[in-house]
Design a protein around this ligand. Structure first.
Ligand code: PEP
Length: 251
């Protein structure tokens, strides 16, 4: 690990008042490693409440999705500025579920990235190949294209990006990528980041996401090129999530 570890919880469209009280109880009864940065991304309706809990523990929060405009007649949407207003600090951009189920293309993702930066949120850009891409030997090509598509469109603000490598086939499947697959891809992404953004390439934190759990977290987080994890399913179980944070603290 070359940077301070970062563990990010993506609750997706899960969570409830009960989960927030589980979070409160879990955080209140554990000693969090001071060496780990923790970020929670709850559904937007819970953001303000989760921020209130999280900030007592030095934990930051953010949003899974927000719109590109600052305000106006966009019924149903929320802006990055609103996220910031209620204490959010981070914005997830380009999760494969948004790309696939909501047809978010690179143009829209780049605008969302820029909107996040405009509001002083820290964007976490997700990239990752499908099983078919990997089977056809195109995993790296796909991931490089995803990175470059956003970098070309957003220009210098790309330096603000944290990158999460999330192979689509590993998300929610209980089948994390192997350490070799993660290592190879992270080395390649790091090289690409250094080309895209020569002055900041080494500074970007590079997370792994895809079926990370307390049981495999040490193996995945001990890979030199991995700076932390983006956690979906396991972030909904406080025992699991706190277990991953503890493992990150041991790196
Ligand atoms: C994710 O949704 O970003 C993710 C990594 O999910 P899971 O941990 O459930 O695979």
């Amino acid at each position: 690990m070359h940077h301070r570890p970062l563990v990010v919880a993506n609750w997706k469209m899960n969570g409830s008042k009960t989960l927030i009280s589980d979070l409160e109880i879990g955080l209140g009864s554990s000693v969090l490693p001071s060496t780990v940065d923790i970020v929670l991304l709850p559904p937007s309706v819970y953001l303000a409440e989760v921020v209130m809990v999280a900030q007592q523990y030095g934990i930051q929060c953010g949003i899974q999705d927000s719109y590109v405009e600052e305000k106006g007649a966009f019924t149903g949407e929320i802006s990055a500025e609103m996220v910031k207003d209620v204490g959010g600090e981070w914005a997830l951009i380009g999760h494969s579920e948004r790309r696939e189920y909501f047809s978010e293309d690179d143009d829209l993702l780049a605008r969302k990235f820029e909107a996040a930066v405009r509001a002083d949120l820290r964007p976490i850009l997700c990239v990752g190949e499908s099983l078919e891409d990997r089977a056809q030997g195109r995993a790296l090509e796909v991931v490089k294209k995803q990175l470059n598509s956003i970098a070309d469109r957003v220009g210098p603000s790309f330096s603000r990006a944290t990158v999460a490598y999330e192979p689509i086939w590993a998300i929610g499947t209980d089948q994390a990528a192997t350490p070799d697959q993660v290592k190879d891809m992270h080395i390649a992404i790091r090289r690409e980041l250094e080309e895209i953004d020569p002055s900041n390439g080494p500074q970007h934190r590079l997370l792994y996401g895809g079926s990370m759990q307390a049981a495999n977290a040490s193996t995945l987080l001990s890979i030199d090129e991995v700076d932390g994890g983006l956690i979906g399913g396991a972030s909904l179980d406080m025992g699991e999530f706190l277990g991953i944070i503890a493992k990150a603290g041991e790196q």
